[in-house]
Design a protein around this ligand. Structure first.
Ligand SMILES: NC(=O)c1ccc[n+]([C@@H]2O[C@H](COP(=O)([O-])OP(=O)(O)OC[C@H]3O[C@@H](n4cnc5c(N)ncnc54)[C@H](OP(=O)(O)O)[C@@H]3O)[C@@H](O)[C@H]2O)c1
Length: 324
């Protein structure tokens, strides 16, 4: 498996497997997919407590190790602390539960899933609001980050990452980090390329990890709006896919890897996750095709986060500091 080197010297695979079952796929299906993915050659698995399937994924990891498909040190396992576990001492509890569920004694990377403690009930609809939700607060975030840093000092976590940040939020917190994040999870696909945030990360040696790399066609209904643009239906992507005789999803992944982000596509379908992995070894996109895709950016954010809004907020743009 080809790898990229993070600024702390740690190697991370070029592509990973997502595990968000998206209210559509059961924990058992996702866990079976993880076993199949490791068998197919995946070495990076992206987990999160809120996906509600880490205990089942842990069974698959254990089975994969016992069956000799991979060793622990060949794998790169990530997880994320959910928004309801930001309080004092809670990050350690969250990490401990994730480790217990995944049946591991360390994580390769641990992310702060969202930069505020706002959370919604599982499966709620898009208009749901939690009265305790509040805007981003730098000091509150650093309180969480100090707990994350402790996990590294304790040997429970090897590297730290942030997720769903903006340039303004990173500018506010990076100078205060004792251990800097080596990676940022951000929504990245041909219809939402986030060039400003992407370039900012590259300049700071923070590795962008692209979620929803295929445009998340199976995302929950609460995250869908009529204005959304589907990456795999963009005419530019479809035309390039026809030229390469591949599914448009594969063009999205080739583009992602060649641009320099790490895509973490999700699928429980063997033929899909195998072809997603194989795309690294196939004919790359030409410079002209890469330029066409860059030009085709629609600035269309899919994961708007509206369920995290606080009372008094205008709309979901308030979560993103108007950068998109
Ligand atoms: N940090 C965060 O806040 C955050 C947010 C969102 C996601 N994530 C992570 O990123 C991962 C990926 O995002 P995602 O799951 O939302 O979206 P995604 O990977 O963009 O889309 C997944 C869907 O794409 C389709 N697909 C996958 N491979 C395909 C192929 N080769 N051909 C055709 N269709 C294919 C499948 O749908 P069909 O079943 O219709 O084929 C699958 O359900 C998540 O699983 C999660 O680990 C993180």
């Amino acid at each position: 498996m080809a790898t990229r080197k993070l600024f702390n010297g740690v190697e991370i695979p070029h592509i990973g497997m997502g595990t968000f079952g998206s209210d559509r796929f059961t924990a058992e299906q996702v866990s079976e997919g993880v076993y199949g993915a490791i068998k197919a050659g995946y070495r990076l698995i992206d987990c999160a407590a809120v996906y509600g399937n880490e205990d089942k994924i842990g069974e698959s990891l254990e089975r994969a190790f016992n069956d000799g498909l991979a060793t622990r040190d060949e794998m790169f396992i990530t997880s994320k602390v959910w928004n309801d576990m930001h309080g004092k001492g809670d990050v350690l509890l969250s990490c401990a539960k994730t480790l217990r569920d995944l049946k591991l004694d360390y994580l390769d990377m641990f992310f702060v899933h969202w930069p505020f403690p706002n959370y919604h009930a599982p499966g709620c609809d898009g208009d749901a609001r939690n009265p305790d939700s509040r805007p981003f607060d730098k000091d509150e975030f650093i309180g969480v980050w100090r707990q994350m840093e402790k996990l590294v000092y304790m040997g429970l976590v090897r590297s730290l990452g942030m997720s769903n940040m903006t340039v303004a939020k990173l500018d506010a917190v990076l100078p205060l980090c004792r251990i800097r994040p080596v990676a940022l999870q951000m929504e990245l696909h041909p219809a939402f390329q986030q060039p400003v945030l992407f370039d900012y990360c590259v300049e700071k040696s923070i590795q962008p990890i692209g979620f929803c790399p295929i445009g998340s066609p199976t995302r929950p209904d609460r995250d869908k709006t009529e204005e959304d643009i589907s990456a795999i239906e963009m005419p530019e992507i479809v035309a390039i896919a026809e030229a390469h005789e591949v599914h448009p999803a594969i063009v999205c992944l080739k583009w992602a890897i060649q641009r320099g982000q790490i895509p973490i596509p999700f699928s429980v379908v063997e033929s899909e996750y195998e072809s997603n992995l194989r795309c690294i070894d196939e004919t790359p996109l030409s410079d002209d095709e890469m330029a066409q895709i860059k030009e085709a950016d629609k600035g269309c954010r899919l994961i708007k986060g509206q369920v995290f809004l606080w009372e008094g907020a205008n709309d979901w743009q308030d979560l993103w500091d108007e950068e998109a």
